[in-house]
Design a protein. Structure first.
Length: 169
């Protein structure tokens, strides 16, 4: 039987790496590292915060070793992350699929530290405090970097204004 947090670890790795096999490898490595380091878990943060931090470190190590671009294009097919609403017409379904493809491509273009924040906050829905604990950053740093990450993501997506209409600020 899988550990309760194993699914969250896997999806964190998948969103960071964009490849199912690499995510499985990193998730397995995360669980192994957590098992080996369990004695060092002090309980200062929640267990899920602690193990997701290990997963993020494992993903970062993997990316440094690979020195390649993360491909998130296959995320929808691999995970079923977003199902197409069958009530929508074919044009709307195609538009939704293209919007998701462009969004993941844009996330892939972000610097690693920004991609981490987008994944943890906007995709995994961790609190700012949990993210600060995971990444060993101050709460203010998390908020300011996340703000910059979102602005950068919006700038990338502005090239596709027909699919991502933004209000003027």
């Amino acid at each position: 039987m899988a550990a309760p947090c194993e699914k969250k670890v896997y999806f964190t790795c998948l969103r960071m790496l964009g490849n199912e096999q690499d995510a499985q490898d990193c998730a397995q490595e995360t669980m192994l590292r957590a098992f080996r380091a369990f004695e060092s878990f002090r309980g200062d943060a929640s267990f899920s915060t602690w193990i997701i931090r290990i997963a993020m470190n494992c993903c970062n190590d993997f990316l440094r070793k690979q020195k390649n671009v993360v491909s998130l294009d296959g995320l929808q097919e691999e995970t079923g992350y977003q199902e197409v609403d069958r009530g929508k017409g074919p044009y709307q379904q195609l538009e939704d699929k293209e919007r998701m493809r462009l969004l993941y491509a844009a996330i892939r273009q972000l610097k690693e530290e920004y991609r981490q924040l987008i994944v943890l906050r906007d995709m995994q829905h961790f609190s700012y405090e949990e993210i600060a604990d995971m990444l060993n950053l101050s709460l203010g740093t998390v908020k300011s970097r996340l703000n910059r990450a979102r602005k950068e993501l919006c700038e990338i997506l502005r090239k596709h204004a027909e699919l991502f209409p933004f209000r003027s600020v």
